[in-house]
Structures are given as structure tokens and as C-alpha cells.
Design a protein around this ligand. Sequence first.
Ligand code: TXA
Ligand code: MG
Length: 342
Amino acid sequence: MNSLTHDHQTLLLEASHKNITKAAQILASGGNVAFPTETVYGLGAGVFHEEAVQNIFRAKGRPSDNPLIVHCAEKQDLTSIADLSPQKFSAFHQEFFDVLFEQFCPGPLTFILPKKALVPDIVTAGLDTVAVRFPKHPVALELIRKTSEPLVAPSANRSGYPSPTTAAHVMHDLQGRIDAVLDGGSCEIGIESTVINILAHPPQILRPGSITLEELNTIAEQFGVRFEENSAQAKSKQAPLSPGMKYRHYAPNAKVLIVDSLEEAEAVFVQFSRAKILTGSAKSLVGKSSLNTTIYELSEQNLYAELRAADDANLDAVIVIYDEVLRHNVALMNRLRKAAEG
Ligand code: TXA
Ligand code: MG
């Protein structure tokens, strides 16, 4: 399988058992296949297929100092990639991990763990830790099992652009750059996993996601600790602990503007020839706008699709009214603020 060229055909495969088997063969022979997970589509390569991993960076235009997440189907898959010996991973860490795993896995939670020397440096960008996730999407699980190797998978988008939540998004960004896409429909959650580091004291959330600080702390408190959000550190001059967080992210070509009220949104709206207004609870604004425009509802599930749709429709701006519903969604706002910076 030659994934090196940028001009080969990308197969778009419906995620049938037969096609998952075919996709697994492509991966096992060193190719790149994008596949659905419950969060967003991932661009896969076998973790031990270094060239295929290299191709992921090339296909996405991803900076090589941004490490990848390794996706496993079973807890026992960890033995090939993570060093959980007592010297690296104390009894406290092991128990804490076991309880978090029990509660949230498979699902949208990524753990930073000590890495085994066997894991290629390109996967972890030279760090001595490896990020691991256990996706719950049946297509992802079947693909990992049939490949018989954990799969590295960053989001299957061009670096910097909104993440893909459909196979069409992946084709839009990566057609001709990867071997195949498994089409498993829309992703249920719509934003990427929560990334945590339980090796830190206190444990840290490196990237917010649909598993919240509060949910994680109900477990952490049983261990006498509390998770800390990484936001203060992200703003400081210190090197980010999760290298990927420092780059331009999630940004469409349209300008993304976050405002605090309907009045402000309307004032901004008229400055653009083509714009769209969204908010967390559109229902609460029905009939309140003086403009002849619909206000759309924004959620984790449709965030990236809306940002991409804005570009497809050649909009100049996406205006988001920051309301009570959005105020309570740390993960969505994290992505949106980054999109607004881009
Ligand atoms: O939901 C998800 O996590 C999706 C799906 C496909 O599983 N994947 C995903 O991957 O979002 P990606 O590559 O777009 O984001 C990986 C994040 C980056 O912020 C990266 O810096 C961080 O995980 N990361 C990876 N390895 C790390 C490590 N050893 N230490 C700290 N952060 C790490
Ligand atoms: Mg990404």
C-alpha cells in the first residue's frame, strides 16, 4: 500500500463488516484509513507502522511536535504501548486509572500514560508519555480488532480547520491524500475527547471534552484529589502540557465572532453581507430579533458541521451569542474561542 503520494484515489467505503475487514487490511499493510468514532472522525494508522504514521502528519499538514492519541479496543492492549510498571505507575495511579476506566471507558476520555520504548517517537513527538483512548464506536472497535494493532488517530481534518463529524467532511479535506474513509454516519458527540493527565499533582484536564470536570471529580474525590483545568497554564508562557493546544485550531475561513447579547449580534450582523447567528438556546430568542434572519441552535453535536457549512455557503461571519446554555458548556466554548482566534 503506497500512501506516500498525494494524488491517489481515496476509497469511500460504507462501514459494512466486509469493508471494515478491507480497511483493516489496508492499515495492516501500512496504509491510512479514516474512521468514525463517537467524538469525531479519526485518521488512522497502525501504531507500529512508522511510515503510515508519518503520512498522517503529511496528509493533515500537522506540525510534527504535536503527538497523537493511540486508540485501543481492550484494556489489555495497553501492555504493548504503556509502561505501567510500579516504578513508572504507582499503585495509586493504577487504582485511580482502573476506577476511571471502569466508569468512562470505552468512551470519550484520553489518558496520558508513561510510554513503552517500543512506541515510535513520531507517535509521541519524542515525549516519554503516550496518549491512549478506548473509543466506544462499534466501527472503530471492529477496525482496531481486525487490524490486530492499536491505531493512532488524530482528527481526520486538515490541520487548523474544524474537525470532521461526517465522512463527507473527511473527503472534503483529505481526498487524494489517504487510502480510504469508512463512512459510519455522523458522530454522536461531535467534539474531541477529554484529555487527562493523572500523573500530575493535582491531576489535570489538558483538553476539555464531553466528560466534564465535575464528572471526573466525583471519581477523583474518592482518591483525595481534584482535577485542575489547564486554562491558566494554557494562557501562561510556560510550554503547554498538551502540545496540540498551542496551534491554530477548529477555524473556518469565515470569521467567528462571540457576542454577549442579541442586540450586539444584530449590530455585528449588519456589518457583513453574508452572516449567520447561532446560540445555545435558539428557542428562547424566537420572535425577539428585529432582523429578518433565523437564529440557529448551536450544540457540541453540530458545532463543526456549522463552521464548515458556513464556508460551503461562502459566509463572511458566524456570530455566536454566548448565552446560559453555552456558559455551561466548557468544552464547546473552548473550541469556539479557538475558532474565533483563528
Ligand atoms: O476524540 C478524540 O480524541 C479524537 C478521536 C479521533 O479519537 N482525536 C483527537 O486527536 O482529537 P488529535 O490529534 O486531534 O488531538 C490529540 C490531542 C492533542 O491536543 C495532543 O497535543 C494531545 O492530544 N496529546 C497527545 N499525546 C500527548 C501527550 N503524550 N501528552 C500531552 N498531550 C498529548
Ligand atoms: Mg485535532
